[in-house]
Design a protein around this ligand. Sequence first.
Ligand code: HSE
Length: 449
Amino acid sequence: MNLKTTTTNLSPIRVGLLGIGTVGSGTFNVLKRNQEEIRRRAGRGIEITMVADLDVARAQALVGDGVQVVNDARQVVASPDVDIVIELIGGYGIAKALVLEAIESGKHVVTANKALLAVHGTEIFAAAQRKGVMVAFEAAVAGGIPIIKALREGLSANSIQWIAGIINGTTNFILSEMRDKGLDFGVVLKEAQRLGYAEADPTFDIEGVDAAHKATLMSAIAFGIPVQFDKAYVEGITALAAQDIRYAEQLGYRIKLLGITKRVSGGIELRVHPSLIPAKRLLANVEGAMNAVVVHGDAVGTTLYYGKGAGSEPTASAVIADLVDITRLHTADPEHRVPHLAFQPDAMSDLAIVPMSEIVTSYYLRLNVADEAGVLANVTGILASLGISIDAVLQREADEVGGEGSTQTDLIILTHDCVEARMNEAIAQMQALPTVLAPITRIRKEELA
Ligand code: HSE
């Protein structure tokens, strides 16, 4: 068989790019640099033929004279000469309107916009289903790591049990620096902004929202449920103190911001929060701005995916993989394509996202207490009365915590698993003790065994 003739006869598929910033220019450059190999993989060429960007002159300089550049994205979406639209504008506003318009005009869409899909995915995927077009979003979760492909196709034999991921590079960089240098959150955030890791407005990153968008998408694909960002529990890293990272280390754990989704008897857990994880786990050793996702399937066991979660060419790698997929599949009947959310649209599950009060996990507690007789007994008495079993206790010398002559100290407790509602009750009771001197710090702990 002569493979060459089967891959060169078709005219290139035509792509319109909305927004040529960091990821857009990476996509343009990688497509150009690797065009021959991409053509051999896709079965035909893939060419960006039209670009929309507010800064037309800058965009034109980036792509050269052969590509039409306009400042009105609607012109790209409406053009009969575009087969696939790449949306790299971000946010829920104009991006949503443009994606829906592209779908209405029969174009396939590739997007890196996790916020848009996590919040409006149900509407967008339904519109795409009606029009028989694909909406691909590998770049929306963990940048260059092909985690969507792995969940949707590579692991399709499995009943997925749980996923835990470091899916925000900015916060992982901040936590790594806090641990390495013993600095507080605020100091490292400023450094991350100076180095260009964190945005000028880093709210979505540090409050856990970006990670929750990504966890929501993985949850939908893993369990065949609709995207439900509004039901996710979201807690960021802004309240983390340097001493918690130090105490965790002394107990054999590292603190990471994890996106977790898990199949449990009452439904599906979907949560993002700082978590202690054993220092010996591979995930605990993912440092700096890197991302990693662990997926546990009943057949395959535990698998780990690691790589760059952001950046120009790593994210372009994911965008282009979607372009190749669409190019391969767009002549196939819509029924024979890979479903947007991995499961056939008429076979979605109505498993509920369980409320946070019903999740079961173990805990790290730090209590700043008066260093006097009976304090430990009172605290452990409350835990015992609520049936919460203690795994380890660490008490620091008062002098070490509060300076010489100090009369207060830190009491660190690790617990075994218990239901969150019960832990809430225990914390309320302990907080009411006169010998507990400051708000109790609670960080969830995941053994990931
Ligand atoms: N802001 C994200 C991060 C990258 O820090 O990982 C894009 O999702």
